[in-house]
Design a protein around this ligand. Structure first.
Ligand code: PLP
Length: 383
């Protein structure tokens, strides 16, 4: 099936693009896209002011006050995760990574590249990481200096209990690093309540900006101790921070358009009511999606209590008439892009509830799913 040839009922965003029900990049508003229609030099006063405003407003989202600073970095989200690990975990340190999916595993891989001592504490992909097990592990291993946790593990969509993890790490006087990439802006990360040294996220997930930039919100006192840690110049957050504080400029070519889009996206995020407003819309999207899928007989991987309102993992139906590539193509032709699964434990696919989407798009996607199932002759969606 040729997905470039939309079928008659194709749903379209105002720009004529399909809706992205994926983990990112995501559907953005027209006004966020319009914000990119400028060419500003990296030393332009307007650009420097917007960059400073973006950094300050990102710190405000975690209620970081004077204790935190925003260090933005070029690249996709993975670049800033790697930069956080390389900058914060010193050469003689040891990182414990709480792993329940691909993004935790990726952090271990980064440590292997950098020759940093690291170990995993694993739970299954459909099980949140375990604060009690962490407590025992930290008590047993005084060599562990840092703990890393993924806020919403996008592999499955499971929500990890970062506040409980933070309390355990603080009690043992170790340092916490958080990958909140797929949750930031939709789920609270409150620096007044959770003790952590750094949290990273990117421009193109729940903040609904354009892809191309990540950022680290770092405890200033912790970052100040990190000079010389990073094994990579371009991923050295300490160097990026010092240079930006001195000149207001980025060390290397800034992703100008991405920053203009993110600053506009943050304005729209605040207009929507910040984290409370955004999480409300995403939760409603998630509820519509899960209810509709279950009505069709699909099974979701996670029970409702563990499901973050970010992305829903659906078990692959066992009906031999269900063919995922054909299903995917039919939905794409109808204007809805979904995502393949990434689980190791079960065959699955994923449908996102984030981005500039609401009830109309969720119901539209459910309608397209019903139509695709009918076309394929699938009558049983059970795994
Ligand atoms: C998206 C994501 C990342 C970064 O992915 P990129 O493809 O590099 O942007 C990291 N961690 C989590 C949990 C994510 O969801």
């Amino acid at each position: 099936m040729d997905t470039t040839q939309p079928h008659a009922n194709r749903a379209l965003s105002p720009t004529g693009d399909p809706f992205l029900l994926t983990p990112g990049p995501l559907t953005t508003s027209a006004t966020v896209k319009q914000a990119m229609l400028h060419d500003l030099g990296s030393r332009d006063k307007r650009f420097i002011a917007i960059n400073a405003q973006m950094r300050a407003r990102l710190v405000d989202i975690i209620h970081g006050g004077d204790d935190f600073v925003c260090v933005p970095l070029q690249g996709s989200g993975t670049f800033v995760v790697e930069a956080m690990i390389g900058t914060f975990v010193p050469p003689g340190g040891k990182l414990l990574v709480l792993v329940n999916g691909a993004y935790g595993t990726r952090m271990l891989k980064m440590c292997a590249y950098y020759g940093r001592d690291a170990e995993a504490q694993e739970t299954a992909e459909d099980v949140p990481c375990d604060p009690a097990a962490l407590d025992a592990r930290l008590a047993a291993d005084p060599a562990i200096t840092h703990v890393a946790v993924v806020h919403c593990e996008t592999t499955s969509g499971v929500l990890n209990p970062i506040a409980a993890i933070g309390a355990v790490v603080a009690r043992h006087k170790r340092r916490l690093l958080i990958d909140s990439m797929s949750a930031f802006g939709a789920l609270e990360v409150d620096a007044r309540e959770i003790m952590f040294d750094a949290v990273v996220a990117s421009s193109n997930k729940c903040l609904e900006g354009a892809p191309g930039m990540g950022f680290c919100l770092a405890r200033t006192s912790a970052l100040a101790e990190c000079q010389g840690n990073a094994p990579s110049l371009s991923l050295d957050l300490h160097d990026q921070w010092v240079a930006m504080e001195k000149t207001g400029q980025w060390r290397f070519t800034p992703p100008v358009h991405c920053i203009l889009a993110l600053d506009q996206a943050i304005t729209e995020f605040l207009d929507e009511g910040g984290v409370a407003g955004r999480s409300g819309r995403y939760r409603a999207n998630c509820d519509i999606l899960v209810k509709g899928l279950r009505e069709m007989g699909f099974e979701t991987l996670l029970p409702d209590a563990l499901q973050a309102p970010i992305i829903v993992t659906v078990r692959m139906p066992s009906d031999p008439k269900f063919d995922f590539p054909a299903f995917y193509d039919r939905l794409a032709a109808a204007g809805y892009v979904i995502y393949p699964g990434k689980l190791t434990v079960a065959e699955s696919f994923r449908i996102g509830c984030i981005g500039r989407l609401g009830a109309a798009e969720m119901n539209g996607a459910l309608g397209a799913i019903r139509e695709a199932l009918a076309d394929m002759g699938v009558t049983n969606c059970a795994p």
